[in-house]
Design a protein around this ligand. Sequence first.
Ligand code: TRP
Length: 334
Amino acid sequence: MKRILSGMQPTSQLHLGNYLGALKNWVSFQEEKDAECLYCVVDLHAITVPYDPKVLKRATLEIAAAYIASGIDPKKSTIFVQSAVPEHSQLMWLLGTMAQMGKLQRMTQFKDKAGKNAERAGLGLFAYPVLMAADILIYKATHVPVGEDQKQHLELARDIASTFNTRFGVDFFPQPEPVITGPAPRVMSLRDGTSKMSKSDPSDMSRINLTDDADTILKKIRKAKTDSEALPEKLSDLDNRPEALNLITLYAALSNESKEDSLKRFSGKTFSEFKPEFAELVIESFAPITNNMNKLMKDTESIEKILNSGAEKAQEMAAPVLAEVHRIMGLSRL
Ligand code: TRP
């Protein structure tokens, strides 16, 4: 039996990269017969950088709404908020005793986020990967769908799991496998085909947000960086044309066909012919999701209900694991 776990931070808006790189895959994992899926909104990770509590609350509901609107079905998957299951942070402390400072210091995301002010960064930002390890190990998850940028964190989770097993002479935590596949694991910026589409990019033109309306999507795609050449016949001819490759990859991912097949439709055509069709596809794909999201956000009580019952289910799985870890580590439980 596979146990799949993943999570997203409730920080700002979701974009095409999050949808194709994560959500669309998460939805398809639900259909695997031998898999159990847990999807959480990782609010405890979001508070490791300065934030506004009111915005956080709303963003947490919004991410949950996006999960549901994209097709994650609360009847098939467990959807919950990280902070509603305190076992995550309780396990984090225990795992923290086994996470080496040297390894944490090498985490590139910490270095990026802390910047020049590493001395002033909070302990939470430094310990972020240990919490992520706890998110995964508290459910003994076997498969973790993540983006390339999270591979190093997952490596650390695997490391902590085996340190625990060795230290206490048990075969308790499985090694969680990263799952870095999907229709478009790396969605690139519309302004630069060599950098990732990201919510932290200062230019909103670089990404397509899940909440953009049709006009905005059309405008962003029309202005997307491309070259003046026509589209070739062979995929390998896009090797040195990162922007063109990105758009074809996205087109293929959204239309559920291979890049080769998508390219065939447009070979010989220019971007002025490709772009309107691509825009239409994005608009068509996003419209039902955005509509659903808006509907859900008008009735946040229904989202809260789903999250509460998800948290209850998650806690039922997490509590016995934490109890067993206590026992193994010689901690008393009164
Ligand atoms: N760190 C992940 C990110 O920023 C989010 C995350 C937190 C996560 N806990 C997780 C992803 C557990 C997978 C599993 O994208």
